[in-house]
Design a protein around this ligand. Structure first.
Ligand code: OGA
Ligand code: FE
Length: 346
């Protein structure tokens, strides 16, 4: 059995280098214990604030909360106070209940004051979604992956997770187009006759206790079971970064341009440097990512940038020329990259 790295302490710089850049999950034990805001989150505390707040709660007779199966996910609208009754009595009317993936800014905006952006995020990261998850013991979110970076933060109760790397996708039987992030396999009762390749998948198992934080990169498959009545928060976010391994370099230029533009609109400079102090344009040239370089240049990146880390002192054009990238060279020239000016004093 493979295991997920578990650390007691992690700086933002270590996080970026060892986990974010590597597309590798990590559990930070007690990662939010110090955060004063989380300490008082309990069902009683939340009930005292939101007794009458209407909330959407799913119920399930099997305990599975499966977005994959038509009609299985049946939401009810109840007051938060009523919902907490359902969460704490394990099998209410022979059903379990899960307030699964509810947007905190939309439904519980007051709680945003209690939250602190995870300390491993950079000021330039885009936080897309912050969710609250509350349910009874036994609730299961079946095997799937998500498209953004994720910090899953455990606040109350324990959760048990089974993870698979993105490279295991061929053995996990993704559903049809539009649902490729949802596996067809029920991990608790695998039908090997139907899904024979599953034998080749390599699971990682881990668990989260109150105060723990799991970093889960995009594309990592996860199956999550609550062992107790549980409260979690998760952050889905993106970093202005070239991440190897997710195939960004193959995206059409228009898609990349749109993605990069989201960050620019949030105020990030186009000539932004990554955590290692290198311009992303230079990084993309070094890796030979023509599409990404074209997207950067078309949005106004400077074609005459000079490397600070990858090839210190070399210009964008020199790097492309030295590695024989003809397409890259003409692209840079098209956007105004110049040969080094001969020194005027000679
Ligand atoms: C997630 C997720 C499931 C759960 O954070 O992406 O799928 O039940 N969580 O906590
Ligand atoms: Fe998920």
């Amino acid at each position: 059995m493979q295991s997920i790295d578990t650390v007691q302490h992690l700086t933002a710089v270590q996080f970026n280098k060892l986990y974010f850049q590597e597309n590798k999950p990590v559990i930070i034990k007690g990662g939010v214990k110090e955060a004063k805001s989380y300490n008082h989150w309990s069902l009683d505390y939340l009930k005292s604030k939101f007794a009458n707040r209407p909330v959407r709660v799913f119920y399930s007779e099997s305990g599975y909360y499966n977005f994959n199966v038509q009609g299985q996910m049946v939401p009810i609208q109840v007051s938060f106070e009523e919902a907490t009754e359902y969460f704490t009595s394990n099998q209410y009317n022979n059903k379990s209940y899960y307030m699964q993936q509810v947007s905190i800014p939309d439904v519980f905006p007051e709680l945003m004051d209690d939250l602190e952006t995870p300390e491993w995020n950079l000021p330039s990261d885009l936080i897309n979604v912050v969710n609250l998850w509350i349910g009874g013991a036994g609730c299961v979110t079946p095997l799937h992956y998500d498209f953004a970076q994720n910090f899953l933060i455990q606040i109350m109760g324990r959760k048990e997770l089974t993870l698979f790397a993105p490279t295991d996708a061929p053995y996990l039987y993704p559903s049809e187009a539009g649902k490729v992030h949802l596996s067809q396999i029920n991990l608790d009762a695998v039908d090997y006759a139907q899904f024979p390749l599953f034998r080749q998948a390599k699971p990682f198992r881990c668990s989260l206790e109150p105060g723990d934080v799991l970093f889960l990169p995009p594309g990592w498959w996860h199956h999550v079971r609550s062992l107790d009545a549980a409260i979690s928060v998760n952050y889905w976010w993106n970093r202005f970064e070239l991440i190897p391994g997710i195939g960004m370099e193959q995206y059409p230029v228009a898609v990349l341009t749109k993605e990069i533009n989201r960050f620019l609109e949030a105020g990030l400079p186009i000539d932004h440097q990554d955590a290692e102090g290198e311009f992303l344009l230079i990084n993309a040239i070094g890796k030979g990512y023509v599409n990404i370089v074209e997207a950067f240049l078309s949005l106004g990146a400077n074609a005459n940038l000079v490397s600070t880390h990858f090839r210190p002192g070399k210009t964008a054009l020199e790097i492309a020329t030295a590695s024989g990238q003809h397409k890259m060279v003409s692209l840079l020239q098209q956007y105004g990259a110049k040969e080094k000016q001969p020194n005027a004093s000679h």
